[in-house]
Design a protein around this ligand. Structure first.
Ligand SMILES: [Zn+2]
Ligand SMILES: [Zn+2]
Length: 891
C-alpha cells in the first residue's frame, strides 16, 4: 500500500481555511447569470452589521448553504447573495455606548461628525462578521455583496418612499405612537415587547356635573386621568344609558368632560365605565377619533409631565402617579385599589417602559398593501415550510395598523422630505434647490426611516432595482427565504407587500422557517443567563463541518432545538470515521501492483456482470440513499437527509462494506485475486466518490478534501461536481434482501457471543440451521460471516439439530443459529452465574409486584409514577423469561 495524501489524523483547522481559500480563488461561488440555465436564488437575511455570528445565524446560514450547494451540484445557476443590514437603532446604540466610554457625547460631535464615526465602526464590524461567515463555509457570491445603506439600496429606498407618497400610501400624520423615552424615538408596534406585571387597578370616582352622584372608572395608570377627555360606557349598558351625554367634573383639574357611548367598552370590566385618555392610550385614541374628542398631551418625550398636567407639571410620570393617588385619596375619591396583573410594553432595545405619545410621524397606509400580500399566500404563490406559520402571517396582516416608519435617529436612510417656512412640503428623489412655492430655503426632515423599511426591499434592491438589470431579470423572484419565526412580521410580511407593489411578483416562492437554537436545558441562549454558546468556539475546537452537521441534524423546520455537547462530539466522531474509512480506501486504490484500476463501473455494460453480491448490495443501498436524500431535500427535510447519509456512511459503508472488502483486497494466492482486488477497488472508489457528493452540502470541507484525492474524479472540484442521480441498473432487490439476512445472522451470532461474554477474537463454532435458497447464499457468504463473527467452524445445514449445552437464536421460520458452549466456556460456572442473576431478579420483581398490589401506593401515587412501575414490572418479567430460557438451554 502506498501512502495517501491524507494525513493520518483529521485536522479540520488545517483543511478548512485552505479549502475556503481554494473555492474563493477559483470563483466557484460566483453566479454565472446564464440565461440558458435555470436560476436558483437565495438572498441572505442580512445580519446586523454590528452583530457577531451567533447560533441562530450559524443554523440559518448552514441551511441556506446546504440548499445552495445542493442546487449548484444539480446544475442550477445558483446565486446566494450576501450582505449586511445597517440596523438603525441597534447600531446607533452600540456606537453611542462606545463613544460614552471614551467620554464623548453624540450631541458634541453633531450629526455629520457622529455619522462619520458610525461609518468607521461599520467598516470594522463588517470585516468581522464577514470573516465569521467565511469560517462557517458559506458559499455566497461575495462579488455581489450588498449593504442596506450602499448607494444602490439607498436609491431604492428613496424611490419607494417617493412613489408610495405620490400614490397616497405614505402620509404624515398625528398619531399615537409607541415612544421610548430613553432611546428618544418612535417604535413600531412589534418593537415593543409586552410582559405581564403585577400592578394595581385604581378605582376613581368622578363627580357628575349636576351633583346627582359619581361614576367610577378603573385604571392601571392613575396619572393619565390628568389627560382624560371623556368617560365611556357601552351603549347597551342599562346602568349608564341615562348618563350618556351628561358631563363629569375631572377631579384635581376641575375640567368638564363628556360621558360617551362606545362599543369598545367591556361592560363586565370593573364598573363598566372607563376613562378615556386619547393622548396616551392606543385604544382611547381610537375612541377619541370616533367621538371627536380633544387630545391632551400630559407627558412629554422625556416621560415628564407637561404644563397641561397643571400642578403636576415637571414631575416624572411614575412620581406623578403616586402624587395623584395621594391627592385623590385626600379628596375621598378613591373607591378601591386592587391587585391586578397587566401587560406592560417595553422598548425592545433598552427595556424602558414605552409611553404612548401623540406625535407627528410618517406612516405607510397598510390596508391596500396588505391585501395582495394576503392573496399571494392564499393562492400558494408563496408557501411556508412548515405550513402552520401561514396562519401567523395571515393573522398579523388581517389586523394590521398603519406602519409608523419615521425614527428620531441619525443613523439610517434620511427621509426625502423638505420643509419650507412658508408651509410647503417637498417629497422628491433628489434634494430640491429651493422652495418651489416661494424660492425660500428648505430644511430636510431630520428623521430617518425604520431600519426594516430598507430590509423590506432587500430581495429586489440587492439585484439592482430600480435599474432594470440583467441580474434582476434573471434571478428574481428568488427561490427560497430561510428565516427565523420571530421576524415573520418585521421582515417576511413587509418584503411580501413591497415586492408585490414594486415588482408585481412575490419575492420568494418558499419561506423556510427555522426554530431557535436553545441551550441543553431548553432555555433561550442569552447574555444575561450567560448560557450562550459561541459557534466560533465550536468551529475552533471541532471544525465547521461538525458544527454544521450538529445543527442540521438537530433541527426540523419551524421547531426549536437544543444544542448539546454530546451531539457535537458525535459529529466530530462522524468526521473522524469518514476520514479514516476514506483513508483506508484511498490507500488501497493507490496500490497499482495489479495494473491500473479499471473504474469502468461508470460503464454498466462492462462492469455490472462482474459484480458479486456484496458489491450489488452496497450499490443498491447507495442508490437508495441517493434517491431518498434527494426526495428529502426536495421536501426541505434537511435534518432527515443528513441522518440518512450518516447511517449509510457509518453502517453500510464503514461497518460493512469496508470490512467485507478486506477479504478481496488482501487475497494473494488465488488465481483471480488480482481481478477481485480491482473490482472491489472500483466499487470502493465509486461509492466513496458518491458519498462525498451526498455529504458535500452538509460537510463541505472534509468532503472536498477527500474527494480531491480520488483517482477516478472527472470534475475539477466537488463544489461544482454533479449531484448523483439514482440509476435503474443499480437496483438489486434480491441481493439487498439476501445481504440483509446475512447482516442479521452476523448480528445474532455476535449477540449470542456477548450473552456468554466471549471475548472478541475468541474462536467458537456456530451451526446454522437453514435450507434451500437461504442456505445457498449463506454458504456463499460463509467465509465473510466466519471472518466477521470469529465463527470457526461455521456449518450450514438443513438438518442441523440443537447440540446439548448451546445457545439458540431464531431469525425466521426455518433459520436458526446454535452456539455450542461445551469446551468454549465453563458451562457449570455460567449456569451458576445466571442462577445468581435469576435469584436477584426474582427478588426485584417481587418488590415491584408488592408495590403495585399495595392499595396505599395505587391510590396515592400520581398516574405517571404508577405507569412507570407497571412498565418496570413488564420489563422484569421479560428479563426473567429470557434468563430462565438461557439456563434451560445450558442445562
Ligand atoms: Zn429604548
Ligand atoms: Zn416656501
Amino acid at each position: 500500500m502506498s501512502d495517501p495524501k491524507l494525513p493520518p489524523v483529521y485536522d479540520p483547522a488545517a483543511v478548512e481555511t485552505a479549502r475556503y481559500r481554494f473555492w474563493l480563488d477559483q470563483e466557484y461561488f460566483k453566479a454565472a447569470g446564464d440565461d440558458l440555465r435555470t436560476p436558483y436564488t437565495i438572498v441572505i437575511p442580512p445580519p446586523n452589521v454590528t452583530g457577531s455570528l451567533h447560533m441562530g445565524h450559524a443554523l440559518n446560514n448552514t441551511i441556506q448553504d446546504i440548499l445552495i450547494r445542493w442546487k449548484r451540484m444539480q446544475g442550477f445557476d445558483t446565486l446566494w447573495l450576501p450582505g449586511c443590514d445597517h440596523a438603525g437603532i441597534a447600531t446607533q446604540n452600540v456606537v453611542e455606548k462606545h463613544l460614552a466610554e471614551e467620554g464623548v457625547d453624540k450631541e458634541d460631535l453633531g450629526r455629520e461628525g457622529f455619522l462619520e464615526k458610525v461609518w468607521e465602526w461599520k467598516d470594522t464590524y463588517h470585516a468581522r462578521i464577514t470573516k465569521q461567515l467565511y469560517r462557517l463555509g458559506v458559499s455566497c457570491d461575495w462579488s455581489r455583496e450588498r449593504f442596506t445603506m450602499d448607494e444602490g439600496c439607498s436609491m431604492a429606498v428613496r424611490r419607494v418612499f417617493v412613489d408610495l407618497y405620490r400614490k397616497g400610501l405614505i402620509y404624515r400624520g398625528d398619531y399615537l405612537i409607541n415612544w421610548c423615552p430613553r432611546c428618544h424615538t418612535a417604535l413600531s408596534d412589534i418593537e415593543v415587547e409586552h410582559e405581564d406585571e403585577a400592578s394595581t387597578l385604581t378605582h376613581i370616582r368622578y363627580p357628575l356635573e349636576d351633583g346627582s352622584g359619581t361614576i367610577t372608572v378603573a385604571t392601571t395608570r392613575p396619572e393619565t386621568m390628568l389627560g382624560d377627555t371623556a368617560v365611556a360606557v357601552h351603549p347597551e349598558d342599562s346602568r349608564y344609558q341615562k348618563l350618556v351625554g351628561k358631563k363629569v367634573i375631572l377631579p384635581l383639574l376641575d375640567r368638564l368632560i363628556p360621558i360617551v357611548a362606545d362599543h369598545y367598552v367591556d361592560p363586565a370590566f370593573g364598573s363598566g365605565a372607563v376613562k378615556v385618555t386619547p393622548g396616551h392610550d392606543l385604544n382611547d385614541f381610537a375612541i377619541g377619533q370616533r367621538h371627536n374628542l380633544e387630545l391632551i398631551k400630559i407627558i412629554d418625550e422625556d416621560a415628564k409631565m407637561t404644563a397641561a398636567a397643571g400642578p403636576y407639571a415637571g414631575l416624572d410620570r411614575f412620581e406623578c402617579r403616586k402624587k395623584v393617588v395621594a391627592d385623590l385619596e385626600a379628596l375621598g375619591l378613591i373607591e378601591a385599589i386592587r391587585e391586578h396583573e397587566h401587560s406592560l410594553g417595553h422598548c425592545q432595545r433598552c427595556r424602558t417602559v414605552v409611553e404612548p405619545l401623540i406625535s407627528r410621524q410618517w406612516f405607510v397606509r397598510m390596508k391596500p398593501l396588505a391585501e395582495p400580500a394576503l392573496a399571494a399566500v392564499e393562492d400558494g404563490s408563496t408557501q411556508f415550510v412548515p405550513p402552520r406559520f401561514t396562519r401567523i402571517y395571515q393573522n398579523w396582516l388581517e389586523s394590521i395598523r398603519d406602519w409608523c416608519i419615521s425614527r428620531q435617529l441619525w443613523w439610517g436612510h434620511r427621509i426625502p422630505a423638505w420643509y419650507c417656512a412658508c408651509g410647503e412640503l417637498v417629497v422628491d428623489y433628489e434634494e430640491p434647490q429651493s422652495c418651489p412655492a416661494c424660492g425660500g430655503k428648505l430644511e430636510q426632515d431630520p428623521d430617518v426611516l425604520d431600519t426594516w423599511f430598507s430590509s423590506a426591499l432587500w430581495p429586489f434592491s440587492t439585484l439592482g432595482w430600480p435599474e432594470k438589470t440583467a441580474d434582476l431579470k434573471h434571478f428574481y423572484p428568488t427561490s427560497v427565504l430561510v428565516t427565523a419565526y420571530d421576524i415573520i412580521f418585521f421582515w417576511v410580511a413587509r418584503m411580501m407587500f413591497m415586492s408585490l407593489e414594486f415588482m408585481g411578483e412575490v419575492p420568494f416562492h418558499t419561506v423556510y422557517i427555522t426554530g431557535l437554537v436553545r441551550d441543553s436545558l431548553g432555555r433561550k441562549m442569552s447574555k444575561s443567563l450567560g448560557n450562550g454558546i459561541d459557534p466560533l468556539e465550536i468551529i475552533e475546537n471541532y471544525g465547521a463541518d461538525t458544527l454544521r452537521f450538529t445543527l442540521v441534524t438537530g433541527q426540523a423546520p419551524g421547531n426549536d432545538q437544543r444544542f448539546r455537547q454530546e451531539s457535537v462530539e458525535a459529529g466530530r466522531n462522524f468526521a473522524n470515521k469518514i476520514w479514516n474509512a476514506s483513508r483506508f480506501v484511498l490507500m488501497n486504490l493507490s496500490d497499482q501492483e495489479d495494473g491500473t484500476v479499471d473504474f469502468t463501473l461508470y460503464d454498466p455494460e462492462v462492469m455490472l456482470p462482474r459484480l458479486i453480491r456484496i458489491d450489488r448490495w452496497i450499490l443498491h443501498r447507495y442508490n437508495e440513499t441517493v434517491r431518498q436524500t434527494t426526495d428529502l431535500l426536495e421536501a426541505y427535510e434537511l435534518g432527515e437527509a443528513a441522518r440518512l447519509i450518516y447511517e449509510f456512511i457509518w453502517n453500510d459503508f464503514c461497518d460493512w462494506y469496508v470490512e467485507l472488502s478486506k477479504y478481496f483486497l488482501y487475497r494473494k494466492d488465488e488465481p483471480d485475486a488480482g481481478a477481485d482486488r480491482n473490482r472491489t477497488r472500483a466499487v470502493l472508489a465509486y461509492v466513496l466518490d458518491g458519498m462525498m457528493r451526498l455529504l458535500h452540502p452538509f460537510m463541505p470541507f472534509i468532503s472536498e478534501e477527500i474527494w480531491q484525492q480520488l483517482p477516478n474524479r472527472r470534475e475539477e472540484a466537488l463544489v461544482v461536481a454533479s449531484w448523483p442521480k439514482p440509476l435503474e441498473e443499480h437496483i438489486f432487490m434480491q441481493e439487498a434482501t439476501e445481504m440483509l439476512l446475512v447482516q442479521e445472522v452476523a448480528r445474532a451470532i455476535r449477540n449470542l457471543r456477548s450473552q456468554v461474554q466471549l471475548s472478541p477474537g475468541k474462536k467458537a463454532a456456530v451451526i446454522i440451521h437453514a435450507g434451500g435458497e437461504t442456505a445457498r447464499f449463506l454458504q456463499e457468504e460463509s467465509h465473510q460471516l466466519a471472518k466477521l463473527t470469529f465463527a470457526e467452524p461455521l456449518t450450514i445445514e438443513p438438518a442441523a439439530v440443537k447440540p446439548k449445552q448451546s445457545l439458540t437464536a431464531i431469525i425466521t421460520d426455518g433459520l436458526e443459529l446454535f452456539l455450542p458452549l461445551e469446551g468454549v466456556i465453563d458451562v457449570e460456572a455460567e449456569i451458576g452465574r445466571l442462577e445468581k442473576e435469576l435469584t436477584q431478579l426474582q427478588a426485584e420483581k417481587k418488590k415491584t409486584d408488592g408495590k403495585l398490589k399495595s392499595e396505599g401506593f395505587v391510590k396515592k401515587a400520581p398516574p405517571e409514577v404508577i405507569a412507570k412501575e407497571e412498565a418496570r414490572r413488564e420489563e422484569q418479567a421479560a428479563r426473567l423469561t429470557k434468563l430462565e430460557q438461557r439456563i434451560r438451554e445450558l442445562k
